[in-house]
Ligand binder design. Structure first.
Ligand code: AHR
Length: 517
């Protein structure tokens, strides 16, 4: 509770009649908003470091228990968070990936060098068939990122035919020869990645021409047409979303279902010295929050230009790479982007998910980078060992929001968490009705030093109680290790209403997800 000192002083209240004002969360359950597409909870698995190889794929001959090469422990944990979608094979890797290298007998596949990520050998053990097998094991939709940078329109079109061809064409028959009779279900396909950078250092104008050319030749049967994604901008740059939506006019032979967007959270904002994953000062807790919350304005800015060009909202805005990016752990290959994951990452995840829910009318997909062992991962592995990260726990707590119907909400009297010259709102919230009809709230307290109380109002709905989970810890950098895998995990949380009024106590630096009854 906060005492409104200036107000009390102004109206001459004495100490015995102190005025308290909690944060107030008003949720309008009478005006359901857009559905929170489950693919906002999408994942990204790039051929990078120990992300795909070791983190997910150990091969069928490994001593680590596996299903056709995919490790059982990691798969089991990923099933628990109901991974709805996986993006593969990159990232920057995608624009140097030639799909023919990854089909046929594994022993005969060419060995390449992963020039983007650590210069290590890429033996192509994971290719098209393995990726779709992973998606089928997980029950996830598929997002294949095509190679625009070093491929050709023909190569891309042929990959599509190989994956989706139904008849007796040579490519469909080749897929059958390689063990897959039925076409693969390709839900999403992207034409290039980060065309402004590793994908070819292009301008929006140049890329837009290429997009139109490549998209024209991506043909698939009517019942298996992927949504096509154009490579968009990053950080504050809206020119990609603007140029693409203004200039790609879909017709019978040309489609564009979404424009992608990338934004990473660096504690310092400086790519040379990004900041450490652990043992950081409070100033970097704060700057991480300041930087991650910029996502909201970036989406607002992009939506503005898209609304101008595409008022019917036919084109989605997919944040298909986001998350924390710290200095790589000591002793790791710098190209492997391996980093620890702490309570701070959990707060970042929850804040961004709340932002994506708020923009569910355009943001139909997000892919946190990346699923295992890379950047803000769900899971870290060390050979046969595995730990779940605080970010994993947030994804699990937020499962009820997948395909839930968002509610408009208003937060009032939100205190600021301030440190030096920087300041962020102490409370963030989201609310939705889950697919099974229950009302869920997720609340974040960004302040590492102070608990907050939030009074809940559900537009007249009588509340009896709330129950769910809270994720918090004593230290800002609380994290799990292979020696102590359960140092930070969610705990049960419940609250009872008083005369139909519910107040939720949010511990300092916490995320609370509850069902309200
Ligand atoms: O996620 C790591 C890399 O970050 C991706 O390969 C690239 O698209 C981005 O720059």
């Amino acid at each position: 509770m906060r005492f409104i000192k200036p107000l009390a002083a102004a109206i001459g209240l004495c100490a015995s009649s102190l005025v308290f004002a909690n944060t107030q969360l008003s949720v309008d359950t009478t005006k359901p908003g857009p559905v929170i597409n489950k693919n906002i909870y999408g994942q990204f698995a790039e051929h990078l470091g120990r992300g795909v190889y070791e983190g997910l794929w150990v091969g069928p001959d490994s001593k680590i228990p596996n299903t056709r090469g995919w490790r059982n422990d990691v798969i089991g944990a990923l099933k628990e968070i109901k991974v709805p979608l996986v993006r593969w094979p990159g990232g920057c890797f995608a624009d140097e990936y030639h799909w023919r290298d990854g089909i046929g007998p594994r022993a005969q596949r060419p060995v390449k060098v992963n020039t983007n990520w650590g210069g290590v050998e890429e033996n192509n053990a994971v290719g098209t068939h393995e990726f779709f097998d992973l998606a089928e094991i997980l029950g996830a939709e598929t997002y294949v990122n095509g190679n625009l940078g070093t491929g050709t329109a023909q190569e891309m079109a042929e990959w599509m035919e190989y994956m989706t061809g139904e008849g007796k064409s040579t490519l469909a028959e080749l897929r059958r020869k390689n063990g897959r009779d039925k076409p693969f279900r390709v839900h999403y396909f992207a034409i290039g990645n980060e065309a402004w950078g590793c994908g070819g250092n292009m301008t929006p104008e140049f890329y837009t021409h290429l997009y139109k050319q490549y998209a024209s030749f991506l043909k698939a049967p009517d019942n298996n047409k992927p949504k096509l994604i154009a490579s968009g901008g990053h950080t504050e740059d809206t020119s990609w979303a603007d140029h693409l939506t203004a200039n790609v006019k879909p017709n019978w032979s040309l489609r564009m279902d979404a424009v992608s967007f990338h934004y990473y959270t660096l504690p310092t904002g400086d790519w040379k010295v990004k900041g450490a994953a652990l043992q950081f000062p409070e100033t970097e807790w704060m700057s991480t929050l300041v930087n991650t919350l910029k996502m909201d304005q970036f989406i607002i800015n992009n939506k503005k230009v898209m609304d101008k060009n595409d008022p019917e909202k036919t084109v989605g805005f997919y944040v298909d790479e986001w998350g924390t990016w710290f200095d790589v752990e000591k002793g790791e290959n710098p190209g492997f982007l391996y980093q620890q994951n702490s309570l701070r990452d959990a707060i970042v995840a929850a804040l961004n998910l709340n932002i994506f829910h708020k923009h569910a009318d355009r943001v139909h997909m997000s892919n946190i980078a990346q699923m295992v062992n890379v950047l803000q991962a769900m899971i870290l592995t060390d050979k046969e060992k595995m730990i779940l990260t605080p970010t994993y726990h947030i994804y699990k707590m937020y499962v009820p929001f997948q395909d839930a119907t968002s509610f408009p909400l208003e937060l009032k009297n939100v205190p600021q968490y301030t440190l030096g010259k920087q300041s962020v709102p102490a409370v963030s919230a989201t609310a939705a009705r889950s697919k099974d009809g229950k009302i869920y709230l997720a609340l974040v307290n960004t302040n590492p030093n102070k608990a907050e109380t939030v009074d809940i109002d559900l537009a007249g709905v009588k509340i009896n109680s709330a129950s769910g989970q809270v994720l918090t810890a004593k230290a800002m950098d609380a994290h799990n290790t292979f020696a102590a895998p359960n140092s930070i995990k969610p705990e049960a949380y419940s609250a009872k209403a008083n005369n139909g009024k519910l107040a939720l106590e949010l511990p300092a630096k916490s995320v609370v997800v509850v069902e309200v009854k």
